[in-house]
Design a protein around this ligand. Sequence first.
Ligand code: SAM
Ligand code: SF4
Length: 473
Amino acid sequence: MKLPRKLHIKSYGCQMNVYDAQRMVDTLGPHGFVDTASPDEADLVILNTCHIREKASEKVYSELGRLRVMKAEAARQGRRMNIAVAGCVAQAEGSEIIHRAPVVDVVVGPQSYHHLPELLARAEKDGHALETEFPAEDKFAFLPPPKPDVIRSRGISSFVTIQEGCDKFCTFCVVPYTRGAEVSRPVAKIVDDVKRLADHGVREITLIGQNVNAYHGEGLDGRTWPLGTLLQHLAGIPGIIRLRYSTSHPCDVDETLIEAHRDIPAVMPFVHLPVQSGSDRILAAMNRKHTTGDYRRAIDRFRAVGQHIAFSSDFIVGFPGETEEDFRATLALVTQIGYAGAYSFKYSPRPGTPAAEMREIVSAEEMDERLARLQELIDSQQSAFNKASIGTIVDVLFERAARNPGQIVGRTAYLQPAHVMAPEAIIGQVLPVRIESLERYSLLGELAAPLPTLAAAPGTQPVINPSDTRMGA
Ligand code: SAM
Ligand code: SF4
């Protein structure tokens, strides 16, 4: 019998890459590949790359340097190690990758990884294989669904891609070039995916897309459904307890989404809504298509239906032309909104984007200094948000055994990790937890319902209603 071939995937960047990596495993599984955690014993190593900032893409080349040594060692042992570069660096740099790192056998863009088995066969025959076209067919139609035991091994929370690409063309961003035009998957396909996941133990779904709230897929009635209508339908699938979505654009917050937050308890009250800057002048230069006023109004619409809704965001500091005054406007916006957390980045010029041609560069020292000030403010808001949980009872969806023996870890509605001492039987259930203390970013507490109640509630559907005793930031 042929031995299984070993596959190691290293993923960089966003949640979409995490999801894509799982689908690559699902694609290669039927071709005899099994996952390994050690790249040095792998027959195929895939770097699933990110091009969003320069640092992210450069990491790929240093990793390829390490893989070159491993590949040579494998050859000495009489073994062929294939190396594939997938994801957005593959899309953006194409054959340049093979010139710069001839150790690479396959280069495959994010829309073509369903062709990985053929590309590998071609590389073994011809030396190299490259595919970075945007194929006419929908890759999702060709991806085999994950097997039940694979779904179970991935835990009770899962990503599902519902939308890919972006038509917004922010001047700093490579996504419209690397992921292509915005495309929404039909509702029927998403429902099939979610039902299959729910049937095999998944309880929380995060719908993902580069611009997820621009979703406009073909609905079950043949009409175009927006994200809010999709959420409403998915909430009715037996077994699904929690729904999340990421990443949203402020211009695409429509009434159906607001209503979903108002009407559907499964839709979690935590919204990631990137704004990038608090200066209208910079937002215009970024081609964000919204002002700070539009952004505040979007936040107010969410808060009008649920004061407990909390927000996170993305910020870029040091965009070309950003003055101290612009930057202070960002700090003022953060202070005004009050976030539960946020990501902040130094501006990184990306080849081929309009902002890369802009000349009013902010110095590296100024960027460092601004990033530190912004992060200090965001950290203080996040700490205050987390501390506000102490002494309250919050709902936690339990995910897995924690590192400490006897402890189980789960997440609150706001994605805060929460630890309790409890039996593993609680995994997959939402239970109320009395929060007693905070350790860095983790909440520690105890179950607020006696265990016999748990035993009386077999299965995975929660019996406890959301007990939002905590307020948003
Ligand atoms: N579609 C989402 C939106 O519009 O907010 C964001 C997608 S992008 C993958 C994630 C984040 O990376 C962005 O929100 C932005 O803050 C950051 N980012 C994108 N391009 C960047 C660049 N050239 N330099 C620094 N940060 C960047
Ligand atoms: Fe990039 Fe998001 Fe702007 Fe699209 S909306 S170009 S993904 S930052």
